[in-house]
Design a protein around this ligand. Structure first.
Ligand code: ARG
Length: 464
């Protein structure tokens, strides 16, 4: 193989170790299909502008098409500095330097790689958004089946008030709606065309940048060539959006891990999403969910790596930028697989409704509703009712009207049964599903409220 870059300024070849050190193999394999597109668009544009002859362009396009068909392995990226040189070398081998050597006119690898990363990132973003739609739908379907599955809600991981599984799940769905929006927002910073920036100062060749913008499906050309090759904020935005999504995936995974313990006993994972122990024959471990949770840490690390690599770089291109691309690529791999796998785990999840219902009043979760009922029945201030019920909580959490009267006598010297509180009111306040049904304002868990939320979410899923 002849190294077409090392015939001029440089004489010594790179050692194998140095070659491996400077290589961007993994990211280069990722952008190979995009690079083929960029080569085609640039060549077609050069011919249209008369920078190269039409017949040369035709030979180049034909050869690039063949290289595309032969696939990424055929160009042996590992033997070259990067994918750009691998493809160009292969092209020149096929059609000769007299023709193939014209493709890189008015172009640098600096604008070329920036263009390639943007095309690949845009495809991955669309893929990730599709995966996320699957997960959001899986959550909504499970919520639809559990509109009246009553369960304890938690604050500080202590039993707090009764709610429903649908309400709890739709909290996650709401967060993931925003994750989707952030990815869509990132897309608009990604889908800009740097091609034509060349090394950084653009070029004296009369390139038609609007034309390559159209051919490559970008929203518009970037209007400063130095910005075109130097900026990676589109990656930082994307990685930030992915890191937040990952955080939301991790929180859901974490709850499902917790909920599948015997202490909770709320859910059971399908066997396909579990593993067992090599020593303890009885174990069913939620390892898929643990890895979703763990890889969130990896992705946050990639985001921090990318910010740290970019933050001190003088304009314009620096090779440090090559190190940013794998952070993005790996974050896409992790977030896409985690999103898909979590969707599968959610849609095959077994819900233990009896256990959820049994624990829904555990820890006196109806205390708030009893205090609210006292306010409505007696006209006492909420703070006073809160004090009386707080005193009742010392007794375990299933108070009779006599218990209430005893507590109120001690606190305010009066019996609430003399002030309008009845046995029926107290019984209703202690019923977990009636607690839920009372909370029917916008955002609440009552069936009427959650059905509205589900309808809105289904409409949103369709629109997204
Ligand atoms: N592999 C390089 C990257 O990912 C391509 C650009 C190289 N440009 C250069 N002047 N060496 O950034």
């Amino acid at each position: 193989k002849e190294d077409i870059l090392r015939r001029g300024r440089l004489s010594a070849a790179k050692s194998e170790e140095i070659n491996a050190f400077t290589s961007s193999l993994q990211a280069d394999r990722w952008i190979f299909p995009s690079d083929i597109m960029v080569d085609k668009a640039h060549t077609a544009m050069l011919a249209k502008q008369g920078v190269i002859e039409k017949k040369d362009a035709a030979s180049i396009l034909k050869a690039i098409g063949e290289i595309e068909a032969e696939g990424v392995d055929s160009v042996h990226i590992e033997q070259f500095e990067d994918v750009h040189m691998a493809i160009e070398s292969r092209l020149i081998k096929r059609v000769g330097e007299g023709v193939g050597g014209r493709m890189h006119s008015g172009r640098s690898r600096n604008d070329e790689v920036a263009t390639c990363i943007r095309i690949s990132a845009r495809n991955e973003l669309l893929g990730l958004m599709t995966d996320l739609l699957e997960l959001r739908s899986a959550i909504v379907r499970l919520a639809e089946d559990n509109v009246d599955t009553v369960m304890p809600g938690f604050t500080h991981l202590q039993h707090a008030q009764p709610t429903t599984l649908a309400h709890h799940l739709m909290a996650h769905a709401s967060a993931m709606d925003r994750d989707f929006e952030r990815l869509l927002d990132a897309y608009k910073y990604v889908n800009l065309n740097p091609l034509g920036s060349a090394a950084f100062a653009s070029t004296g060749f009369p390139l038609d940048r609007e034309y390559t913008t159209r051919l490559l499906g970008f929203d518009r050309p970037m209007d400063n060539s130095m910005d075109g090759v130097s900026s990676r904020d589109f990656i930082l935005t994307t990685l930030s959006a992915i890191a937040i999504l990952e955080t939301d995936l991790s929180r859901l995974a974490d709850e499902l891990v917790l909920w599948s313990t015997p202490e909770f006993g709320f859910v059971e994972l399908d066997d396909a999403y579990a593993s067992t122990s090599s020593i303890m024959p009885q174990k069913k471990n939620p390892d898929v969910l643990e890895l979703v949770r763990g890889r969130c840490g990896t992705v946050i690390g990639h985001m921090v790596s990318a910010f740290t690599i970019v933050k001190g770089l003088p304009y314009s291109y620096n090779s440090d930028l090559q190190e940013v691309t794998p952070q993005l690529l790996r974050s896409f791999e992790i977030s896409r697989s985690s999103t898909r796998i979590l969707a599968g785990a959610v849609s095959t999840l077994k819900v233990n409704r009896d256990e959820m219902a049994r624990k829904s009043t555990m820890g006196f979760t109806t205390a708030t509703e009893i205090a609210d009922t006292i306010v409505r029945a007696t006209g006492l201030p909420f703070r006073t009712a809160h004090g009386i019920v707080g005193r009742l909580a010392r007794g375990g959490g299933d108070p009779s009207l006599d218990d209430v009267d005893e507590a109120s006598m001690a606190m305010i010297g009066r019996k609430l049964s003399d002030m309008g509180l009845t046995e029926e009111m107290l019984e209703e306040a202690k019923d977990p599903m009636k607690n839920v049904e009372r909370r029917k304002i916008l955002g609440g868990p009552a069936k009427s409220a959650i059905r509205k939320k589900l309808a809105a979410e289904n409409a949103r899923l369709k629109a997204d």
